[in-house]
Design a binder for this molecule. Structure first.
Ligand SMILES: Cc1cc2nc3c(=O)[nH]c(=O)nc-3n(C[C@H](O)[C@H](O)[C@H](O)COP(=O)(O)OP(=O)(O)OC[C@H]3O[C@@H](n4cnc5c(N)ncnc54)[C@H](O)[C@@H]3O)c2cc1C
Length: 379
C-alpha cells in the first residue's frame, strides 16, 4: 500500500506473481472490507504521503459508483445493447474466452480470467483495448465476459472502465494498448509487436443523460426490523442501523443475474461463500438466526416485521432485484428501507465530472456525518 505499490502497481508479472498489488477487490466489491477500513490501514502503515497512490486507486471504486448512481441509464443501455449484441457475437466471444485468438497475451489473459477470476488492472486495460480496437468486438460483450468470470465483478467499475478504455467516458480519449508498453510492464513475457491496431479512433460517442439527482434514503427506522443482506454489502457489523432493532436476518445473492449468460461456478461460488460468511457473522453479531432465502416476500411476512432494512445497493443487478423485491413487499404492507453508509453519502455527490475533480474534492472536504450514523432528514 506504500512506496512499493506506487512504484510497481503497473507491473503484470503473471498469474502466480501479482505481488505488487493488493488483490483485495473481491472483498472490497462485496464490502467484506470497506473503503474506509483499507484506507485507514494504508495510512496507518505508510502515512498519507506514501500511501497516496493506493488510496487514489481505492477512491476510483467510490467514484465509479457515485458516477453511475447519477447516470443509471448507462447501466440500462448497456444491458439492452448487450441483449441485442450477444447472439451475433457468440462465436467470436467464445474464441477469445477459450484463449484462441492467436495473440499470445490475449490468450494468456483470457485463461487467467477464466481459471482464476482475477486479472491485474493493467491486463484489464490492455485486454479491453485489444478487444475493442484490434479484434473490433463490441465493448458490451467484453464487459459481459468480465462480469461473468471476475470474482470482483462490479456493475460500476466494470461498465465504466470499459467505456473509459473505449473513449466514451472521457470524450475522445481512448486507451490504446501498445506492444512496447505490454512488453515493458509484463517483464518481456509478451511482445505483440505488429499484432495490434495501435492507431485506432475512439468508439463513436454516445449521448449522456442529464445528471439524475441523488435520492438518498432517510435515517434508519426505530423499532423491530428484519435485516436483508445481499452481495453488495456483507459487513452488517458496521452498518449504521441507528435505532433499528434487528429481530430476523435473511440474505440473497444472485450471481447469475450479472449476465444473460449466467455466472460460472468459480465466481458464483465465491459470491455465495461471501454471503454465507456475512450471514454467519450477522447472526453472531445480532444474536439472531440468519439464513439464505429465496422467497423474500414470504420470509418477510413470516417475521411479522413491517419494515425490512437492507444495505443500499448501488446501480447494478442487486439494486435491480431490490426494486422488484420492494414491490413484492409493498403488496404485503411491508416497507423496504435502504441503509446508506456515510462513506457513500458523503462522497457520491462529488462524482459529477472527472475523477481528478472528485479526488480533490473528497480529499479536502470536511465531512460532517459520523462513522456510524447517516444524519439526514426523514422522507
Ligand atoms: C476494463 C476494466 C474492467 C474492470 N472491471 C472491474 C470490476 O468488474 N470490478 C472491480 O472491482 N474492478 C474492476 N476494474 C478495476 C480494477 O482493475 C480492479 O479493481 C483491480 O485490478 C483489482 O485488483 P487489486 O485489488 O489487486 O487492485 P489494487 O491495485 O491493489 O487496488 C486496490 C483497490 O483499489 C480499487 N481499484 C484499483 N484500481 C481501480 C480501478 N481502475 N477502478 C476502480 N477501482 C480500482 C479496487 O478496489 C482495488 O482492490 C476494472 C478495470 C478495467 C480497466
Amino acid at each position: 500500500m506504500g512506496a512499493a505499490y506506487a512504484a510497481q502497481r503497473n507491473d503484470d508479472a503473471g498469474p502466480s506473481a501479482h505481488v505488487a498489488v493488493s488483490r483485495l477487490s473481491p472483498w472490497l466489491r462485496h464490502r467484506l472490507l470497506t473503503e474506509d477500513e483499507v484506507i485507514a490501514a494504508a495510512h496507518k502503515a505508510h502515512g498519507p504521503g506514501l500511501s497516496k497512490k493506493f488510496v487514489q486507486e481505492v477512491l476510483w471504486r467510490t467514484y465509479w459508483k457515485g458516477w453511475l448512481e447519477q447516470r443509471p441509464r448507462v447501466w440500462q443501455d448497456y444491458q439492452a445493447d448487450l441483449a441485442s449484441l450477444l447472439p451475433g457475437t457468440a462465436d467470436e466471444v467464445a474464441t477469445v474466452a477459450a484463449g484462441r485468438t492467436g495473440i499470445a497475451c490475449m490468450d494468456a489473459w483470457a485463461s487467467e480470467l477464466v481459471e482464476t477470476g482475477y486479472l491485474h488492472n493493467h491486463a484489464r486495460m490492455w485486454f479491453a483495448s485489444i478487444w475493442c480496437f484490434t479484434l473490433r468486438l463490441p465493448w458490451q460483450c467484453g464487459a459481459d465476459l468480465f462480469l461473468r468470470h471476475l470474482r470482483d465483478a462490479d456493475a460500476a467499475s466494470n461498465t465504466l472502465s470499459w467505456r473509459w478504455v473505449g473513449g466514451l467516458q472521457t470524450r475522445g480519449k481512448h486507451y490504446v494498448a501498445r506492444a512496447e508498453n505490454i512488453a515493458r510492464f509484463t517483464g518481456g513475457r509478451f511482445n505483440p509487436v505488429g499484432e495490434l491496431n495501435e492507431a485506432p479512433a475512439p468508439l463513436p460517442p454516445t449521448t449522456l443523460e442529464p445528471l439524475k439527482p441523488l435520492a438518498f434514503p432517510s435515517a434508519p427506522p426505530a423499532g423491530k426490523v428484519a435485516l436483508l443482506l445481499h452481495e453488495d454489502d456483507l459487513l452488517p457489523e458496521t452498518l449504521p442501523l441507528g435505532p433499528s432493532h434487528v429481530v430476523a436476518i435473511g440474505g440473497f445473492a444472485s450471481p447469475a443475474a450479472r449476465s444473460p449468460l449466467g455466472c460460472p461456478s468459480l465466481a458464483a461460488d465465491w459470491t455465495n461463500g461471501a454471503l454465507t460468511d456475512g450471514l454467519r457473522r450477522a447472526s453472531h453479531h445480532f444474536n439472531v438466526p440468519a439464513r439464505r432465502i429465496t422467497d423474500i416476500a414470504r420470509w418477510a411476512e413470516a417475521t411479522a416485521c413491517k419494515i425490512v432494512v437492507t444495505p443500499y445497493a448501488p446501480v447494478g443487478w442487486t439494486a435491480d432485484r431490490l426494486t422488484t423485491i420492494e414491490g413484492q413487499l409493498a403488496a404485503r404492507g411491508i416497507r423496504l428501507h435502504r441503509i446508506l453508509r456515510p462513506w457513500d453519502y458523503d462522497r457520491w455527490p462529488h462524482a459529477k465530472a472527472g475523477f481528478f475533480a472528485f479526488s480533490e474534492a473528497v480529499s479536502h472536504a470536511e465531512f460532517n456525518t459520523s462513522k456510524t450514523q447517516v444524519s439526514i432528514e426523514p422522507d
